[in-house]
Design a protein around this ligand. Structure first.
Ligand code: PLP
Length: 473
């Protein structure tokens, strides 16, 4: 008899939903009932696919150290790890002669690695934009002069400002590091058009693809194509393979000389007490035993996304996004930030930030979870400069929040609530969200909520679900 895995084709997205681990999980609500969990925080991390989990289990009997062992299991594990590398390269259109794939923990680690390996000085300029996640902002502040491309009131990048900065800092801009898709507004810049401008100015481009890659086809392109991407960073946990892996994919020539930021086992050819001969990349860049299971899981997830079809995924998510915007736009007292036009849904990601009346963002998130079993996120999403820009927070306001946080009071931190869709979400789930938000805006919720000053988190008085009932180590 054929297994479920063999009978269901990933090209059918509605069937793919059944391959999300935990999709039918029920969670307790404030009213004492159990309700299907609705997960709308895919921009943070996606759930795992059954196929990915099965592949991990199939691989485990063969798990062993890579590269340095002579046993058969070691050979199999090494083969699997290198196959995973080739699968990642193929998915992103990287070719072995010009590019390499360096595995690491996540996008944050990938960007930090690049910031070290580019060997910049404080005279060099790195252009980022105001919409960046902190992971594509803070590493550059440590190694170069950072200048920010402006964004408009909706949070869209102003390309003329990029052109202005490229001209102003002519010859000094070494890198333009921009997000491929915003984790706050879902805005997608024209990365290939921007790459062309960046290359014309003699600089290179890094695209933080943490948000873009799970939802759109991203291609490195040949180095002689003016629209090529020099470096991209991705996280597997946002692509249905949460096993602790990410990758930096980039120009091979950047890593062919120089010393990696982490040195140790696996990075060398020969060591004497006086000399070190570094080995060729990518091994030089992956000090210590790598996350072999994570790489295998990541590759399996990419194979599934490919066979599902990135275009199909994008179309389905655009339909969800347009549908959600139509519903949320109609709710009195609810403000959507960023682009609110449902007819433009296909040109952005399914990430929608919003506020309800004057309610604190954390309270909205907590009520959705406690009373409707809906998982969202609220706050500034590791993009403080961008969110405070969208909220039009004044300089004095920013200073006040800073002082309060330093005093241990997070109760007034600015922020918004955010829903974000994955390829498996449905319109029926959005209907539940809209119904919940309609009720929340009119005050029709049951609990009484208190805020904890030190964390800013809200909780419902008298409601404390026993988490160990669901999972315990
Ligand atoms: C746009 C963007 N960049 C970078 C990151 C950091 O990703 P990670 O936490 O996997 O390193 C995130 C995470 O949410 C993100 O949304």
């Amino acid at each position: 008899m054929k297994t479920f895995r063999e009978t269901v084709k990933p090209s059918d997205l509605s069937l793919l939903r059944q391959r999300i681990v935990g999709i039918n999980t029920k969670v307790p609500l404030f009213n004492g009932t159990l309700s299907p969990y609705i997960f709308l925080d895919n921009a943070a991390s996606t759930p795992v696919l059954t196929d990915v989990l099965d592949t991990v289990n199939d691989f485990m009997p063969w798990y062993s150290s890579v590269h340095r062992g002579s046993g058969l299991k070691s050979r199999i594990a090494t083969e699997a790890y290198e196959q995973a590398r080739s699968t990642v390269a193929e998915f992103f259109g990287a070719n072995n002669s010009d590019h390499l794939v360096i595995f690491g923990k996540n996008t944050t680690e990938a960007i930090n690695k690049l910031s070290y390996r580019l060997q910049l000085s404080k005279k060099d300029v790195v252009l980022i934009s105001l919409l960046e996640h902190h992971s594509n902002d803070l590493p550059w502040r440590q190694v170069a002069q950072v200048r920010r491309i402006k964004v408009d009131h909706e949070g869209n990048l102003i390309e003329e400002d990029l052109e202005r900065l490229l001209e102003k800092f002519k010859g000094r801009v070494k890198l333009v590091a921009i997000s491929g898709g915003s984790n706050v507004t879902g805005y997608i810049p024209d990365i290939y058009g921007i790459a062309k401008k960046v290359h014309a100015a003699g600089a290179r481009i890094l695209v933080d693809c943490a948000q873009l890659a799970p939802h759109r086809r991203v291609q490195m392109k040949e180095l002689d194509d003016p629209e090529h991407l020099d470096y991209i960073a991705v996280s597997a946990h946002k692509m249905y393979a949460p096993f602790g892996t990410g990758a930096l994919i980039g120009r091979r020539d950047t890593f062919e000389s120089g010393i990696p930021e982490l040195c140790g086992g696996g990075t060398i050819d020969v060591v004497t007490t006086k000399q070190v001969e570094w080995t060729a990349p990518p091994d030089r860049e992956e000090a210590g035993t790598p996350n072999i299971v994570g790489a295998v899981a990541f590759a399996k997830a990419l194979k599934l996304l490919s066979s599902a079809g990135m275009d199909k995924i994008a179309a389905h998510e655009a339909e969800l996004t347009g549908y959600a915007l139509e519903k949320l736009n109609k709710i009195t007292g609810l403000t959507v930030f960023g682009d609110t036009d449902p007819s433009l849904a296909s040109s952005r990601l399914g990430v929608i930030p919003f506020k309800v009346n004057k309610m604190p963002h954390g309270l909205v998130g907590e009520i959705l979870s406690t009373e409707w079993g809906i998982g969202v996120r609220s706050g500034c999403f590791c993009a403080h400069p961008y969110v405070t820009h969208l909220l039009d927070v004044s300089r004095q306001g920013l200073e006040r929040f800073r002082t309060e946080v330093l005093d241990g009071d997070r109760s007034n931190m600015p922020g918004v609530a955010r829903v974000s869709f994955g390829m498996y979400n449905t319109k029926a789930e959005i209907d539940v969200l809209a119904e919940a938000l309609n009720k929340i805006t009119t005050g029709e919720y049951e609990g009484t909520y208190r805020q904890e000053k030190s964390t800013g988190n809200f909780y419902a008085l008298g409601w404390e679900p026993d988490l160990s009932r669901f999972f315990k180590l």
